[in-house]
Design a protein around this ligand. Structure first.
Ligand SMILES: *Cc1c(COP(=O)(O)O)cnc(C)c1O
Length: 419
């Protein structure tokens, strides 16, 4: 038994990731930003989809950059790509969280592109460049209105002159100037005014850099919502995250299918129990749900330790695929650490049926339960889980536990594409 099949044997749930959807979604996003280079954002283990398969697929599908938040994941990704035989110059990786005292020398040896928001980061990176003899590739980050990372316009002249000195000393090469939009998914007047202000401040920041003699080749500002809804913010490169995974950055504005995007991940698990409970029987901790009648209930082996948000208790949707066709139903009672219960509908005469195959049960042990996936298959959307749990689809996929085995399909197209 190979490593993969034993993982599935020991752990019944799986997240099936369709890599052809990743490739197709990048092509769809390309239509919205045809002139910009694409960066595939693969932070947080590719939003839970698995960093290496997604990164490889994205590179084959035409993305020419990869982006991650953490330095550690950038290093892991670089070494994995090396192992896979991907030349470093064919797979530039930008990492943007810059903790003081990070191992910048290792970052330079790994040929990572580094974001620089502050002079102290620049000083640390320059020290590493001296030590290793490797020129650092940097992207100067401007705070255009999110107050997260980035140099404010007030601080930028000092940073720009430090960058210029470092460049003139041969310690750094300035590859990019960049920022991030905070309300590009918001179609209200206020949202649009915010994005216009970001663009304005970004332009002002680029002017300050230019006055210091710094004219980076790559200006980049837009993530998925900027790609879809703000062509004025595309610049030279765009950074595709959620849309590449086939989810909408704001499904109240447009659903994934409205946008022509296909969710790449299907989360599924087999039923581990199907049984009858009597009317008015409490289910799960705290008895927050009681059966409104004699009822069939099913048990699903996934819980909050797997990243199934407990806020999805009493309502998050599932699709059960049975011999007699699919059943759309939902969680009843609270999500437990490793399991949750679903309603399978009213039961008539049969009492005390054993778990297992029974004639009258609406579903059988082993039937596949889909938590979310591609709505074209009847599966609930991650967005439905998000609204049930009071969050966004990003959190639904990104929080999925590492222990859920990922199964990759749809790689055939990739082989066709790589000649
Ligand atoms: C997460 C992130 C992205 C991608 O955002 P999406 O909305 O998922 O497309 C792009 N840039 C930065 C800086 C990010 O943190």
């Amino acid at each position: 038994m190979n490593e993969e099949s034993s993982a599935f044997a020991q752990y019944p749930a799986r997240a099936v990731v369709d890599l052809s959807a990743i490739a197709d979604n990048l092509a769809v996003l390309k239509q919205s930003a045809p002139t910009a280079i694409q960066m595939a954002v693969v932070k947080a283990d590719a939003y839970g989809h698995g960093i290496l398969p997604v990164a490889m697929t994205a590179l084959e599908a035409g993305a020419s950059w990869l982006g991650v938040a953490q330095l550690g994941e950038a290093l892991t990704l670089r070494y994995a790509l090396d192992e896979a035989g991907i030349a470093r110059e064919k797979a530039p990786i930008l990492t943007w969280i810059a903790p003081s005292g990070a191992d910048w020398a290792q970052a330079l040896e790994a040929d990572l592109d580094l974001s620089v928001s502050w002079t102290w980061v620049l000083a640390q990176i320059c020290a590493a460049a001296r030590e290793t003899g490797k020129k650092a590739r940097i992207h100067v980050k401007i705070d255009t209105g999110m107050s997260r990372a980035g140099s404010t316009l007030a601080d930028l002249p000092a940073l720009a002159s430090a960058v210029r000195m470092a460049r003139d000393e041969g310690l750094v090469e300035v590859i990019g100037a960049w920022s991030h939009l905070s309300r590009a998914d918001d179609p209200s007047d206020e949202g649009n005014a915010s994005t216009a202000s970001h663009v304005h401040i970004f332009e002002a920041g680029c002017t300050i850099l230019a006055q210091a003699g710094i004219r980076p080749e790559l200006r980049h500002l837009s993530a998925t919502s900027g790609i879809l809804w703000h062509p004025e913010a595309h610049y030279d490169m765009v950074r595709a995250g959620i849309g590449m995974y086939g989810l909408s950055p704001n499904s109240a504005v447009a659903s994934a299918s409205d946008l022509g995007l296909r969710p790449a991940m299907t989360l599924q698990a087999p039923l581990t129990s199907v049984k009858v409970i009597e009317e008015d029987t409490p289910a799960s901790y705290g008895g927050t749900w009681r059966s409104p009648s004699r009822r069939w209930v099913g048990l699903v082996p996934l819980g909050y330790a797997d990243g199934i948000l407990r806020a999805g208790s009493n309502g998050a949707p599932v699709l059960v695929n049975t011999d007699r066709g699919p059943i759309r139903t939902h969680i009843v009672g609270r999500v437990c650490m490793d399991q949750f219960i679903i309603d399978l509908g009213p039961a008539s005469g049969e009492a005390g049926l054993p778990t297992g195959r029974t004639e009258n049960a609406p579903a059988q042990v082993g039937d596949g339960v889909i938590l979310f996936g591609d709505p074209a298959t009847g599966a609930p959307l991650a967005d439905e889980w998000a609204s049930q749990a009071g969050t966004i689809n990003y959190e639904i996929v990104a929080r999925l536990g590492e222990r859920i085995p990922r199964l990759y399909i749809g790689a055939a197209r990739r082989e066709e594409n790589c000649s």
